[in-house]
Design a protein around this ligand. Structure first.
Ligand SMILES: NC(=O)c1ccc[n+]([C@@H]2O[C@H](COP(=O)([O-])OP(=O)(O)OC[C@H]3O[C@@H](n4cnc5c(N)ncnc54)[C@H](O)[C@@H]3O)[C@@H](O)[C@H]2O)c1
Length: 268
């Protein structure tokens, strides 16, 4: 399987190295793209497969699987271009899909292409998928992050929130997944993934809490329905290169990749 990676930062680099080392003979990184050409060239030089560096359109034409690990600003467009060309695509910046996910999913069906959205830094999507076959009455995500992990978020800037002055737990945001993504596009892709897996962005409730006493990104999920109740809590260690990205997000993308290549599927 020829793989192209768009976005050669924390996640893109780790996935490229995983494919290069651990998936030898089954998958090969053949193309890279990044808005900052230096990042792509540096990564290419580290890989045994010496992938070509170039624009997104050329990458999509040349590979079997496109991996987006760049930004919610381009993820929707990348996914649309990939599936339109009949290519499979794994999207990390899931928040960028929310605006027009229905037409994107329809297009993928028509073009017989697959869209893969890894669970990222949350656990519980397996149960939620099963629960969808019965009635679901509620899906909520409560996220606790150290205040510095929310730096630069449009919601924080718009509301003039001084993160440095937060001395005890403070609820910054409560609302649906659409509004969570608008306010925190780089921090809360998990809300988008959870909502797309479950009852949709308009019905999925999200609470974001800044907590100065924690060092981990903590995501709690609650799902209620005819099946009963599901509660998960994931305490994520931030990745050393990018504190906004949990290490688990990288591991979950590796697992999704392995799942694409394996012939046995375990878990829902
Ligand atoms: N699904 C999840 O659970 C989850 C978890 C963590 C991060 N993410 C998302 O995954 C993406 C990658 O995360 P990361 O930690 O690797 O980020 P990062 O900042 O370490 O790397 C991003 C890379 O993409 C490049 N890039 C940025 N904008 C681009 C554009 N418009 N076109 C091409 N390249 C571009 C940057 O130059 C950089 O090399 C981010 O959007 C992040 O929000 C998703």
């Amino acid at each position: 399987m020829k793989v192209g990676i768009i976005g050669c930062g924390t996640i893109g680099s780790k996935l490229a190295e995983h494919i290069d080392k651990d998936l030898r003979g089954r998958a090969r990184v053949t193309a890279l793209s990044d808005i900052d050409g230096k990042n792509a060239k540096k990564l290419s030089a580290k890989l045994r497969s010496r992938p070509k560096v170039g624009p997104v359109e050329r990458l999509i034409r040349s590979v079997d699987l496109v991996i987006e690990a760049a930004s919610p600003k381009i993820s929707g467009d990348v996914a649309r271009k990939a599936v339109n060309a009949g290519k499979d695509v794994m999207v990390m910046s899931t928040g960028g899909l929310l605006k027009s996910y229905r037409s994107l999913f329809e297009l993928a069906k028509k073009r017989k292409a697959h869209i893969y959205l890894p669970s990222g830094a949350i656990c519980g999507l397996d149960g939620l998928k099963g629960a969808k076959f019965s009635g679901i009455s509620k899906v909520t995500l409560t996220t606790r992050k150290p205040p510095e992990g929310l730096k630069g978020a449009p919601y924080v800037i718009r509301h003039n929130i001084n993160l440095g002055k937060i001395k005890s737990e403070k609820v910054l945001f409560e609302g649906d997944a659409f509004r969570a993504m608008e306010g925190f596009p780089a921090n809360i892709n998990v809300a988008a993934t959870l909502s797309l897996c479950g009852i949709g962005p308009g019905k999925t409730r999200v609470k974001i809490i800044a907590s100065p006493s924690i060092k981990r990104n903590i995501h709690e999920i609650e799902v209620e329905g005819s099946f009963g109740k599901l509660v998960t809590r994931t305490e994520n260690i931030p990745s050393p290169d990018n504190p906004k990205t949990s290490y688990m997000a990288i591991l979950s993308a590796m697992a999704t990749l392995d799942g694409i290549l394996e012939s046995v599927t375990i878990g829902t």
